[in-house]
Design a protein around this ligand. Structure first.
Ligand SMILES: [Zn+2]
Length: 179
């Protein structure tokens, strides 16, 4: 005798709750807008997509995926005229030709950074090697690696990918100021 009563009660319950989905949906929309993690994740994705459009595939591969360009393939390997090398992502001044030297390694090499704090160093244990990674202090872009076999006075060799840099010639700046 109890079963019919239970069934009727359930029917009554479901007929009333049929109005609820609209209310539930509107609540969940409001809650989603308030989730900070969703917003931050979206920004990071957008930033990456923007960089993919702004940089060449090699520039993106080197600076964002810790890649290395092929030896002797970089456009700044033989550049020695006065000027400053800047981070290709954010424009931070990272190296100068006054500290550039020929290392015969196949990549541009510097014995010092443009100024103290231009670049940041951090341990890199990828590829079963213990190396020191060089990244841009301003935006964190991967630039290359640091070795201790450079010339005096520092004995350092910053081995940097051309694809991670732009070059600002001092001569061009001088010409502009004279005009
Ligand atoms: Zn940078």
């Amino acid at each position: 005798m109890k079963r019919p009563i239970v069934c009727i009660s359930l029917l009554t319950f479901f007929s009333n709750i049929s109005l609820f989905p609209v209310f539930i949906c509107s609540c969940s929309d409001d809650d989603t807008d308030k989730l900070p993690d969703t917003g931050e994740g979206g920004m990071s994705y957008m930033k990456k997509e923007k960089l993919k459009l702004e940089l060449s595939s090699m520039q993106y591969y080197v600076t964002q995926e810790h890649g290395t360009e092929r030896a002797f393939s970089g456009e700044f390997l033989k550049v020695n005229s006065d000027g400053t090398f800047t981070c290709v992502v954010c424009g931070n001044e990272i190296f100068r030709t006054s500290e550039k030297f020929e290392s015969n390694s196949g990549w541009p090499a510097f014995w010092d950074e443009a100024r103290e704090g231009s670049v940041t160093l951090r341990p890199d244990t990828s590829y079963q090697m213990v190396r020191t990674e060089v990244i841009c202090s301003k935006c964190g872009a991967h630039l290359g690696h640091l070795f201790d076999d450079g010339p005096k006075p520092t004995g350092k060799r910053y081995c940097i990918n051309s694809a991670a840099m732009n070059f600002k010639s001092k001569k061009k700046e001088d010409l502009k100021s004279e005009l």
